[in-house]
Design a protein around this ligand. Structure first.
Ligand code: ADE
Ligand code: ZN
Length: 336
């Protein structure tokens, strides 16, 4: 089996996916029409033309603008269901999805509208595709910590459906320590913590996410590779990295996929995973990310098997399910 055929067939989990980042241009325009929202784009090509970014902030400006078409529960349902049906075709069997409630409540959309639409689609995804899921609520780091506490209060009413908390949005100038208290409270309330760190920000932010927020996974973590001590720490503590190659390329965190640190992470014994981040905006879903990085770094079939297994090892599922998923990866790859 060649590497691309293996990627197509192997079961995998996606652990770094912003549901609002799956809003395809066609759906953006259809929802703008359905909800009478005015956008600066008339055609699908106009929207695609706006998807040219020089950095994270360039993208975030378009991303927050685009999501203004999401208004009703049905919109969040349609968005989430469309994503699940796409990744079902990519042999994704488990997803851990981020959502950004503050980006919706700030413009008058109720927390429950967002939450219920996503959760009903996740239930349908289990029923129709057998995809299991976890939902992770992100705090927006460019907003004050008090706003994050308001989001946390809303999440506390939905502990049965919201599994974890994350930290996303503009990174530089917003170190993790600014969110220590809200993360401490979230952990006390039983939410599992993760955070974006080292996407654009320095390795010190990766350290801050580990020490100040006590995260269980680092989202991205690219800048960790500036510091051998941090590479050794991530390997020793087995803190997974949810890496997103096409995102890093499109936001110019790297100039060439061949420079991506994924292979170095694997060689160092870090639990590295491959994910799509915001697939509509960055030109590819999860298998596109696997294929692009496999080609750029000349990954072997064994590397792909390792990455698929890592995706389940790093998932927030119990050990029995992890073992079952690893066995399914071995079965597909012909090892068992
Ligand atoms: N929100 C959505 N995508 C993001 C990314 N790649 N980094 C930070 N915040 C985000
Ligand atoms: Zn992200």
């Amino acid at each position: 089996m060649n590497v691309d055929a293996l990627i197509d067939k192997v079961p995998k989990a996606e652990l770094h996916l912003h549901i609002e980042g799956t809003l395809e241009p066609e759906m953006m325009l259809a929802l703008a029409n359905r909800n009478s929202v005015t956008l600066p784009y008339k055609t699908v090509q106009d929207v695609k033309d706006a998807f040219a970014f020089d950095c994270l902030q360039d993208f975030l400006d378009v991303y927050y603008h685009g999501m203004s078409v999401l208004v009703n529960e049905q919109d969040f349902y349609d968005l989430t269901y469309a994503y699940l049906s796409k990744v079902h075709a990519d042999c994704v069997t488990h997803v851990e999805i981020f959502f950004d409630p503050q980006a919706h409540t700030d413009r008058g959309v109720a927390f429950e509208t967002v939450h219920d639409g996503i959760c009903h689609a996740l239930e349908a995804g289990l029923r129709d595709f057998g995809i299991t899921s976890r939902l992770i609520m992100c705090f927006l780091r460019h907003l004050p910590e008090e706003h994050a506490f308001e989001a946390l209060n809303c999440a506390c009413k939905h502990k049965e459906t919201i599994y974890g908390v994350g930290l996303d949005s503009s990174e530089k100038g917003y170190p993790p320590a600014g969110f220590s208290r809200v993360f401490a409270e979230a952990r006390k309330q039983g939410f599992v913590p993760v955070a974006h760190a080292g996407e654009e920000g320095p390795v010190e932010y990766v350290e801050g996410a580990l020490d100040d927020l006590q995260v269980k996974r680092i989202d991205h973590g690219n800048r960790a590779f500036d510091d051998p001590k941090m590479i050794a720490r991530l390997a020793k503590e087995q803190t997974p990295l949810t890496m997103c190659p096409l995102s890093n390329l499109r936001l110019k965190g790297i100039t060439d996929l061949e420079l991506h640190p994924l292979k170095r992470a694997l060689e160092a014994g870090i639990v590295a995973t491959v994910n799509s981040d915001d697939p509509s905006y960055f030109g590819g879903y999860i298998n596109d990310n696997y294929k692009a990085i496999a080609k750029a770094l000349a990954l072997s079939e064994e590397d792909i098997i390792q990455l698929a297994k890592n995706s389940f090892s790093a998932a927030f599922i119990d050990d029995k399910l992890k073992q079952k998923a690893h066995d399914q990866v071995d079965a597909i790859s012909g090892l068992k």
